[in-house]
Write a protein that binds this ligand. Structure first.
Ligand code: PXP
Length: 248
């Protein structure tokens, strides 16, 4: 599959941390669904929400409302568990991104081991696909993981950009960028649509946006944090401009 470098990238806005702030006081403000609708009105191409097993931010009722109210695609992030698969197949979001989940982690640390868990993942992916849901697997840019994702019938791989974002110096960042570049090329050759995300900011998104196979970036923490200073609409518009400028 060849992709023109000029193909626009979609920006998926992850709204989990609006819910984190809401839950800090146990009330209803700020409402993540209101945030999602504002993101939609400000140019977001999709909304991502991660229903974690411990419900630390997004709750079941948030997802129900997102599903009912959004007109842009909803990407439900979830662990590949029986509970989450049942919720997803009832809710039928546009896409489900399967991620690894550990209760004690602060955020999604590292990609899903699709190779090691292939036999458990296969029936869940089939059920999601049978419900008409586009399945994405959040993985490190590792050739074996990519090949297994394709064999399991995923439509999309989302490449984990955390190691790139957290690199301590330019040399380390270049190495991680090279891995992402090779991973994106390999995934496209395997027939997978390529997304990327984790830890992306105005400062580091450019080199990821230049990868021609990457069709969608999912960004949360930075956008919601920066919205405290600049407001969500301005932050989304600026991020889209930064991405578009890098893509040219
Ligand atoms: N993509 C996936 C699959 C994630 O798990 C996360 C974090 O929830 C993100 C993207 C967004 O990462 P960040 O919040 O660091 O922008």
């Amino acid at each position: 599959m060849t992709t023109s470098p000029a193909t626009p990238i979609r920006l998926g806005v992850n709204i989990d941390h609006i819910a984190t702030v809401r839950n800090a006081r146990g009330g209803t403000h700020p409402d993540p669904v209101k945030g999602a609708l504002l993101a939609q009105a400000s140019g977001a191409d999709g909304i991502t929400a991660h229903l974690r097993e411990d419900r630390r931010h997004i709750r079941d009722a948030d997802l129900e409302r997102l599903r009912a109210d959004l007109s842009i695609p909803l990407n439900m992030e979830m662990a590949a568990t029986e509970e989450m698969t049942t919720i997803a197949t009832r809710l039928r979001p546009h896409a489900c991104c399967l991620v690894p989940e550990r209760r004690q982690e602060v955020t999604t640390e590292g990609g899903l081991d699709v190779r090691g868990q292939a036999s458990e993942l296969a029936p869940r992916i089939t059920r999601l696909r049978d419900a008409g849901i586009r399945v994405s697997l959040f993985i490190d840019p590792d050739p074996a993981q990519i090949e297994t994702a394709a064999q399991l019938g995923a439509a999309v791989v989302e490449l984990h950009t955390g190691a790139y974002a957290d690199a301590m110096d330019e040399a380390a960042r270049a190495i991680e960028h090279g891995r992402l570049m090779a991973g994106a090329e390999h995934a496209a050759r395997c027939g997978l649509e390529v997304h990327a995300g984790h830890g992306l900011t105005y400062d580091n998104v450019g080199p990821i946006a230049t990868l021609p196979q990457v069709m969608e970036l999912n960004i949360g923490h930075f956008l919601i944090g920066q919205a405290i200073f600049d407001g969500l609409p301005a932050v989304i518009r600026h991020m889209k401009d930064v991405i578009a400028a890098a893509r040219k």
